[in-house]
Design a protein around this ligand. Structure first.
Ligand SMILES: CC(=O)SCCNC(=O)CCNC(=O)[C@H](O)C(C)(C)COP(=O)(O)OP(=O)(O)OC[C@H]1O[C@@H](n2cnc3c(N)ncnc32)[C@H](O)[C@@H]1OP(=O)(O)O
Ligand SMILES: CC(C)C(=O)C(=O)O
Length: 801
């Protein structure tokens, strides 16, 4: 079998009701109906495995929490579970005083009596009796005429009336009566009226207020569009006698998928009450969803008198008690209902949030209500206990706006438009390549990686280690006095900082009109990176003590080909102060610009117009060899560097090699080399005695000497091997590293005498070395100085001096 080409040979259309002057289309749905939850009855009877008493209890408590005042708790005659559940609620006093429990019974005496037994002793009970009234049910199921159908309802209503008297008298219970002409929507409207009139007379107690009789008019099966149901309800409301003594109740099923619409239109048509289930559980396609109806009202500014502030709890209850999932697209509750994947939706939502924030700030200032008015989001997810986390999720359908929204929400960074476009391409490419949704972590990690933000893991090739911005007045070119434009003298900015360049520390300086141009100047001078800024923006994140500054920079190559569109590179920076965030943003952009390209060799400018000084040279040695040179050695080395750099610049590697060579640092091919030594304390005093095995000009010797300390003992031991006097002018040492791997670095300044045309001349020189043992490093440093500057006479081993 498959679908028929002409279904009219198999299916009949519904018969429209001729209601010429229908009023409901011009009404608005703006009053809150009485809600009845039938989760524990209609919802329960539709489950493959009906709820246990425990599950019903959990569900019941949740319905109370949501604010339901009328709850159909069971079909007591159906099963022991339903019967004893009803009893347990009553016996254990679980029903709040303001809540009416409702129980369903067919029009059968034995089952009605059993139903009354189930509710004996309850405070407030609605007895709900039903019999089907449509032609098909009359003919096929009951094999009854119209009159017999009316008789069935009347006879059993009278029984219900008698029993309510009896039980009220015995237990003090307040009863109300609900009658359902089941299959109402397929029943002739006049006959539905006729049977309800007969039931009302048989009941004989319909009054005003609480005593109104409830006529529940079910769309047992939804067979027509919702306007038809509204017509039927309006017809019933207009024609039932003593309308004021009746409550017209709706019980829509969802076979055509329009139960919610049917309920809303039927409310416009005059209904007072709606029966349904949370998230629309119930027979076949379910009962009308009360969450949808209630929150539809809420979004019109009408409180539904039901509280769904914790929508997730409702979902959990349905999952747990009904073992049914809530569809991801289910109105209000579905996992995806507040989520936009598509670019244009995301863009509108992002702009909507921004516009709304402004509107709300204005309204707050005027003490006006903060009206929710957002593209694509009919309700504020917060109101039902959700957050904005899932509002925008990103895949290949997404656009820059959505991605920028996520970055703003989670990193607090509000990218300028052009930067959004650049970053969007990164994510698009990733999402297309991996054919999957981009998670929050994917996006924030990609952002950090793209813009080198968020710690060492994301650093680029250039890292700003420290910096100082200082100002110096701009001098008038004519009289060299500070140039004043306006009130304050104009200043130029100087950038002094340390950069790590591919892991090697580098001291850089530059000048400019502002901190950023001074920094760019430094990059140009020291690294030959010549860029200028095309776009810059900044904003603060947070306030008070924790406030931070965020900056965004687009750089372009400073040299531009005329008429050519310049490519730009974006960067972002975050710092506690605005200058720092701007510099970091520039560096982030510069890192993107340099990519993998080779950088010029690191050089210091040490020539006549040197931009670098002793401290810069020392800083290179600190970074390459971890040596913290004493001040006088810094000055000494700088002079040597200048002498060794006739072109006025020296690379880092050359500088390091020069240092080693000049001070014998770790060099093992010197004319004087220490092989081993022993040092003894003599007597009680400070006197040391040394015995050392050394190589002098390649010959192994044992030298011995005494002195006040290790160094003077060494000098004494060396005295026979050279002419003139040797003295130590300065000695210093420091440790390198920590724990077991710690080493000592030593620096010795040695004063020695040379013979200059028969005249003695005193000179000074330095030696430096390193060793695990601090005494050894000192001795090595001293021997290096001697080896490099003092001519030695070598003797054979054991030879007398
Ligand atoms: C639209 C609705 O949701 S209505 C509520 C539906 N819910 C349920 O049915 C769940 C609970 N039902 C039950 O547990 C059982 O059906 C019971 C206990 C009520 C009755 O069980 P049984 O006696 O075995 O009868 P059965 O389930 O076959 O019901 C059909 C009988 O009830 C009659 N009947 C059906 N509805 C009604 C009614 N509203 N009033 C009186 N009799 C009715 C039928 O005509 C049929 O009678 P017959 O046996 O003389 O032919
Ligand atoms: C008992 C009635 C109200 C019913 O459940 C229905 O018609 O769907």
């Amino acid at each position: 079998m498959c679908m028929l080409s002409d279904p009219s040979v198999k299916y009949r259309p519904y018969t429209p009701l001729k209601l010429a002057d229908r009023q409901w289309p011009s009404k608005t749905h703006n009053s809150v109906p009485i809600w009845l939850s039938t989760d524990l009855r209609d919802g329960n009877q539709a489950l493959a495995v009906p709820m246990t008493a425990d599950q019903k209890r959990i569900f019941f408590d949740h319905l109370i929490k949501c604010g339901f005042k009328e709850i159909e708790v069971s079909y007591p005659a159906a099963s022991d579970t339903d019967f004893s559940f009803t009893r347990s609620l009553i016996d254990n006093k679980k029903i709040p005083d303001d809540v009416w429990i409702q129980v369903l019974t067919p029009a059968r005496e034995d089952l009605i009596r059993r139903t009354f037994e189930a509710v004996a002793g309850a405070g407030h009970v609605i007895i709900h009796m039903y019999n089907a009234t449509s032609p098909m049910f009359r003919e096929v199921v009951f094999k009854n005429t119209k009159a017999e159908t009316v008789d069935l309802a009347v006879k059993h209503t009278k029984l219900v009336a008698r029993l309510t008297d009896e039980y009220s008298e015995k237990y003090g219970t307040k009863f109300r009566y609900e009658y359902s002409p089941e299959t109402f929507t397929q029943t002739e409207p006049e006959f539905a009226l006729e049977i309800c009139e007969a039931v009302k007379s048989a009941w004989g107690k319909a009054g005003l207020g609480i005593n109104r009789i409830i006529f529940n008019l079910p769309a047992t099966v939804e067979i027509a569009p919702p306007n038809h149901y509204a017509d039927q309800i309006e017809f019933f409301c207009r024609n039932i006698s003593e309308r004021e003594k009746t409550i017209v109740s709706l019980h829509p099923h969802n076979d055509r998928g329009t139960a919610a619409a049917a309920a809303e239109l039927a409310c416009m048509a005059g209904a007072d009450r709606v029966e349904g289930c949370i998230f629309g559980n119930g027979e076949r396609t379910g009962n009308v969803d009360l969450v949808t109806l209630a929150l539809n009202l809420y979004t019109q500014g009408i409180h539904p008198k039901l509280d769904f502030s914790d929508i997730q709890a409702c979902i959990d209850i349905v999952n747990q008690c009904n073992d049914l999932p809530v569809h991801p697209r289910h109105p209000y509750g579905g996992e995806l209902v507040f989520t936009a994947f598509s670019g244009s939706h995301q863009d509108a939502i992002k702009k909507g949030f921004e516009a709304q924030a402004k509107r709300h700030a204005e309204a707050r200032a005027k003490d006006e209500p903060l009206i929710w008015d957002m593209p694509y989001l009919p309700i504020d997810p917060m109101d039902i206990g959700c957050d904005y986390e899932a509002v925008i999720r990103v895949n290949s359908q997404s656009g820059k706006g959505g991605i920028a929204y996520i970055v703003k929400q989670h990193l607090g960074l509000d990218m300028p438009r052009k930067m959004q476009i650049t970053f969007y391409k990164v994510i698009q490419e990733m999402s297309d390549r991996e054919a999957r949704e981009m998670t929050l972590d994917d996006i924030t990690t990609a952002f950090r990686r793209s813009y080198h933000l968020g710690g060492a893991n994301y650093d680029g090739r250039l890292v700003l280690r420290s910096f100082k911005i200082s100002g110096e007045p701009i001098l008038d070119p004519i009289d060299q006095t500070p140039y004043v434009d306006g009130e304050a003298p104009d200043e130029r900015r100087r950038f002094d900082g340390t950069l790590s360049v591919d892991g090697v520390f580098r001291v850089v300086h530059g000048d400019g009109n502002g901190p950023l141009s001074a920094f760019l100047d430094a990059l140009k001078i020291h690294l030959d990176i010549d860029l200028s800024i095309r776009e810059y923006s900044e904003h603060t994140i947070g306030d008070g003590k924790n406030a931070k500054a965020a900056s965004y920079v687009e750089v372009v190559e400073a040299k531009r080909e005329p008429g050519q569109r310049q490519e730009g590179w974006w960067g972002a920076g975050l710092d506690t102060d605005i200058a720092g965030s701007g510099l970091r943003a520039v560096l982030s952009a510069v890192n993107n610009y340099i990519g993998d390209r080779a950088l010029p060799e690191l050089k210091l400018s040490v020539g006549f117009t040197a931009r670098s000084g002793p401290a810069d040279v020392a800083s290179v040695i600190l970074n390459t060899l971890q040596l913290d040179l004493p001040r006088r050695l810094q000055a000494h080395f700088f002079e040597s560097v200048q002498r060794a750099s006739p072109e006025g610049a020296i690379g880092y590697d050359a500088l390091t090699t020069l240092f080693k060579k000049m001070y014998g640092f770790t060099i093992r091919e010197l004319p004087l080399l220490l092989q081993k030594f022993t040092m003894e304390h003599l007597g009680d005093g400070e006197v040391r005695s040394i015995s050392a095995t050394v190589f002098i000009n390649g010959q192994e010797m044992v030298i011995t000497g005494k002195g006040n300390g290790p160094l003077s003992a060494v000098l004494a031991a060396l005295a026979p091997y050279h002419d003139g006097a040797l003295t130590v002018r300065e000695y210093s040492e420091h440790s390198i590293g920590e724990g077991a791997g710690v080493k000592a670095a030593s620096y010795v300044e040695l004063v020695y005498t040379i013979d200059e045309g028969g005249q003695p001349r005193r000179l000074s020189c330095w030696g430096a070395d390193i060793d695990e043992d601090i005494s050894v490093s000192g001795v090595k440093a001293l021997l290096n100085a001697v080896a490099l500057h003092v001519p030695l006479r070598s003797k054979l081993v054991n030879g007398a001096v």
